[in-house]
Design a protein around this ligand. Structure first.
Ligand SMILES: Nc1ncnc2c1ncn2[C@@H]1O[C@H](COP(=O)(O)OP(=O)(O)O)[C@@H](O)[C@H]1O
Ligand SMILES: CC(C)(COP(=O)(O)O)[C@@H](O)C(=O)NCCC(=O)O
Length: 301
């Protein structure tokens, strides 16, 4: 991220990611490179800041400066949106897949409230009322980790990128039972179109249908199931809080236009256009950015 001002210096922020399952390799590399000779403290957030604290101290002689993950997330998000003009976007015309495309979104970050849905391993839903005023209003354990876990079980895939690639080439209609499979068409009285999923994985009780589905179809159905569930929770939270702007973040949305389009469509369709799904380019890094800002503040003190 270019032209970022932190601690009265302007520069470029660089982002690198690796899964915490690779922490041992990271420690080995840090030892080899003599990381502790150039820094004494590393800013860290999320569960890993607690889980790996001892390990960093014992193996590398490095102190972790621990910051709360949700405080850091909101702080990093607000800072990034304020510093980076091109950060936010939305998907338009998501009823027609071919016409669905991204458009830049001018997010009035200094206008409150708004909702943040963080889709990591699990999902946290936060209502933000001011720069230092937010609450965690809901959450679900059915998140990005669930997608990857179920998809690995069902398809034998080994990575998130592979799971997304499979899903991109599959068709959930072969796996899910639609309203039209039950009604023969729409259930118009309650505004349920025939193409709506009535029952996720609802076809999979049939031996015949199971024989017809591919790994790709199963990956797509898993992605659609998890995403639609998150969309339902996000919509209900927005409605309850009477908030219309909903920012979706977290690494589950990395290289995942299928889920972003589904979330956009669900928010738009079920709210008659009153709720808006907003996405951010640095979707998985706000915790890290917020944590860096807190460190900067403590350093100044
Ligand atoms: N390279 C990747 N490896 C593993 N999971 C990934 C990767 N890229 C995206 N994901 C998705 O992101 C989720 C984790 O999101 P993240 O925002 O990093 O949350 P957490 O704070 O739980 O680490 C995973 O469960 C998976 O769905
Ligand atoms: C515990 C967590 C805050 C951890 O964050 P994560 O590493 O998943 O990003 C998150 O997984 C969560 O909110 N889980 C859902 C718990 C629930 O409300 O049921």
């Amino acid at each position: 991220m270019n032209n970022v001002k932190i601690c009265n210096r302007i520069g470029t922020l660089h982002f690198i990611r690796f899964p915490t399952s690779e922490m041992n390799n990271f420690l080995e590399l840090s030892k080899k490179k003599g990381m502790a000779t150039s820094v004494s403290t590393v800013c860290a957030t999320g569960g890993g800041a607690f889980k790996f604290e001892e390990m960093f101290k014992n193996e590398l002689n490095l102190k972790l400066c621990k910051c709360d993950e949700l405080d850091s997330l909101i702080r990093g998000l607000l800072f990034t949106v304020a510093s980076n003009n091109n950060e936010c976007y939305f998907w338009s015309q998501c009823t027609e897949d071919e016409q669905c495309s991204t458009q830049e979104y001018t997010f009035q970050y200094n206008k409150y409230p708004f909702i943040v849905v963080n889709i990591g391993s699990g999902v946290s839903v936060l209502a933000v009322y001011g720069p230092n005023n937010y609450k965690r209003i809901s959450g679900t354990s059915i998140g990005g980790g669930t997608f990857l876990g179920l998809c690995s079980l069902l398809t034998g895939c080994n990575t998130f990128d592979e799971a997304i690639e499979l899903a991109a080439n599959g068709d959930n209609v072969k796996v899910d039972k639609l309203v039209r499979d039950i009604y023969g068409g729409s259930y118009s009285r309650f505004g349920l179109p025939g193409e709506l999923v009535a029952s996720s994985f609802g076809h999979m009780n049939s031996k015949e249908k199971r024989a017809q589905v591919s790994r790709e179809d199963l990956a797509r159905a898993t992605l659609v199931t998890i995403t639609n569930n998150i969309a339902s929770i996000a919509r209900m939270c927005a409605l309850n809080e009477r908030i219309d702007r909903v920012c979706f973040v977290g690494n589950f949305l990395r290289v995942n236009p299928i889920s972003m389009k589904l979330l956009s469509h669900a928010m738009d369709y079920w709210s008659n256009g009153s709720q808006k799904a907003i996405f951010l380019n640095h979707e998985g890094y706000f915790g890290a950015i917020g944590c860096l800002l807190s460190f900067d503040e403590r350093f100044k003190e």
